[in-house]
Design a protein around this ligand. Structure first.
Ligand SMILES: [Fe+2]
Ligand SMILES: [Fe+2]
Length: 164
């Protein structure tokens, strides 16, 4: 097993995940400020999942006797328009899935099956995120930007789920 190569790929992925956490929380703050609660919450939930990915990657790096660099791959883009936020997020998820697919192949070729499995699991998660963001963007295109406001109105007036 080539641990050094795996550690390099894992740290590159930590940087990618941290960039997603920063970008999605930035989107969350602004959507919340605009009153678009459901989409704001989707970005917050996704950011929390990406933080879970950082943790899983970090645990693997430490097991391989490396250290977690905690670099951030790219600065936050100051996007305020919800459709553009979703387009950016879809692009980020596609990029992550592509990189993790390649990383899984490299780790597999290096006989590092556990890192390979981790990357494969992340590909599944990122494709799930991409799917959710695409659905939201599709709805904005179908129903217009007022969709976000109406969605928030529905959420604000819906009764609280009763505890059973
Ligand atoms: Fe992720
Ligand atoms: Fe993701």
């Amino acid at each position: 097993m080539n641990s050094e190569q795996s550690i390099g790929l894992l740290n590159k992925s930590v940087a990618d995940e941290l960039a997603a956490v920063h970008q999605y929380m930035y989107f969350h703050f602004h959507l919340d400020d605009l009153g678009f609660a459901p989409l704001a919450n989707l970005f917050k939930r996704t950011a929390i999942m990406e933080m879970g990915h950082v943790e899983a990657l970090a645990e693997r790096i430490l097991f391989l006797k490396g250290d977690v660099q905690m670099a951030v791959a790219e600065p936050v883009e100051a996007i305020i328009d919800p459709s553009k936020m979703l387009a950016k997020a879809i692009e980020m998820e596609q990029g992550s899935a592509r990189d993790y697919n390649r990383a899984a192949q490299t780790c597999g070729a290096n006989a590092d099956a556990v890192s390979k499995q981790l990357f494969e699991r992340l590909v599944g998660d990122e494709e799930g995120h991409q799917n959710e963001f695409e659905r939201q963007l599709e709805n904005i295109r179908r129903f217009g930007p007022s969709y976000l406001a109406l969605q928030s109105f529905g959420a604000a007036t819906a009764p609280e789920p009763s505890e059973t």
